[in-house]
Design a protein. Sequence first.
Length: 729
Amino acid sequence: MSLNEKVSCINNLPYSGAISFVGREDDLKSLHEQLQEGTTVAVSAISGMGGIGKTELALQYALKHCLEGSYLGGLCWLRAREEVGTQIISFARSLLDLTPPEDLDLAEKVRWCWERWREGTALLIFDDVQDYEDIRSMLPPQDSRFKVLMTTRSHFGLPVQELQLDALSEAKALELLRVLVQDDRVDQQLERSQQLCEWLGYLPLGVELVGRYLAKKRDSSIELLWQRLQEKRLEARAFKQTEPGMTASLGVAAAFELSWQALEESTQQVAAVLSLFALVEIPWAIVEQCLPEMDAEDLEEIRDQVLLGSNLLKRVDQGMYQLHQLLREFFASKREQRADVEGLKRKFYEVVIAEAERVEKKPERSLIQESTVTIAHLQAATERLARPEQALELVTCLFWIAELYCLQGLYGEAEPLFVRSLSIREKQLGGDHLDLAQSLNALAGLYCSQGRFGEAEPLYLRSLKIRQQQLGDDHPDVAEILSNLAFLCNSQKRYEEAEPLFAQSQEIWRRQLGDDHPHVAVSLHGFANLYRLQGRYEEAEPLFVQSQEIWRRQLGDNHPHVARSLFRLANLYDSQKRYAEAEPLYLQSLAINQRQLGDNHPDVAMSLHNLARLYCSQARYSDAEPLFLRSLSILQNQLFVEHPLTARVMSHLAHLYDLQGRYAEAETLYLQSLPILSGKLEENHIWRQEASNTFRSLLQNALQEHRTDELSDDPMTRSLLQQLQAASD
């Protein structure tokens, strides 16, 4: 027997066609608690976007408490979009035997009914209230036995208490889908079912509609439905047809259309712009930049009073907002019907490219968070750049996505995008265009980050040649390539080549940009690191300090460049055994990187690694080991197991085990790390030489114990063994 059939209290509740009421148990409890609060009339609103399940929750609550006898004064269901007073009088006449005098006007008749209402607590449910003022004059008197519940898409504020409904969780959405599709298709195609629920934004109406559609079409797979939804979007038949008995009377698009028709043109324009963004946080400052002709305060009113007020937009953080997946689909369909659609898309593209450049240069909050959000919006822009004449715009988006991936240390994600953008630019622009030089420089920088110096150097040289031809020898962009080449030479211990390159780049930057520009700090930092690696510590220290001061002034105390400067200065002190001065700098650098880049960035891993090495130098092995392990875990997850950085940390962890006499563990790690370093890095690379030197003592032990047959056949290991064997002979 259904819940509807068990109900016997005084009520005019509509029939509930819900097959199962899933995922709202906590909301039912919260709603009841709100309605019981206070001694005056309790006015509660279930608010939320169309299709979120407001009416169904109100109906299920009423049915449940009617069955339990909670409202002996009756449950009166009122359709707020129709004449409410007439409905109240009709309920009183038919179910309470109350007949108000005919000589009274409508409002007086309603008051007459309230005064003579049946004893006991009564619940009045106003479904789909658009404006609180529409029903306020019809509310019951201030009597604690009257409880009022409204469903609405709006936010009313006091005196209305609000219960905000959100979408279902993934687990509850899948549970609802299983109940509706009562065979095993959901679990047979679980991954696609999860993807389907995610695409629906876990909206109850969306899940119910597609579930009922599948239930009717038993020979249709979830995969087939998925393909149809991707092809037809909100126009798909599964979204349009409600069934008799469903609480919802409208399909998804029709439900959203009710809200859309109530919006003024300016608000519809804002909604169209919002639909251009990805399904992640939307910084409101960018929305304002996309609509420069609109007053900022007017935009705030549209956002706060209309879009938020009607649950068409959600605030997720300070200055950050988000659209529901299906609302975005609906707004996008409306956007494509606008006469100004191409202009909106063009402005959006320009704004997100500018945002990517800003994030790279000077993030305002967290670099990792801001770049992640910006990548998503850039990817949304690429989806609308499919025409041949848009190839260069597409390349610019791909280039900046790759740049931001590099900032996050996701080099594997960045490389194919850089390669693709380079290829398209060369094809579209020819071999001597400045944009091509930009792509060459970026790809070379990526290769340097991975220790692939042999691949990077010719790209830098080609980029330098283009810039010198197009800009002359004294341009800041030429200095950038000279500086990058200097860092490359530095990493290969080609110090005599690096020093004049640093000097040349610094001279150009000082002349063209001034002494206090961040680029000048880059060259100072490069000089300082060059001197550090050469053991010229007294020359290095003031340059590290000077570069750090410039970065702090120009970029703020929490910029990753400041963290890098602290890190290198700590390296310098570490090399001089000034451990007490080095440790707090390592810790400061680590803290900045964690704030700006998150806990899992390669720069964080290297901060942990160098702090661990400092502790090793002080024989604080128990402090060092967990830092090495955490660093290794980050690099293995964020880069790849055979990355040179990963191998370097592995070799230093092996050295720690060697110092502790844990030779078997040390040998295992060395035998994993050395083939990577020998295979990925040039022979004279400092990391490769460092690892081979520290491995010698372990190999010497293996020779003495006649265990060399157990060791790797890696050429580097065999070469070291042969050298040691020859020396011992």
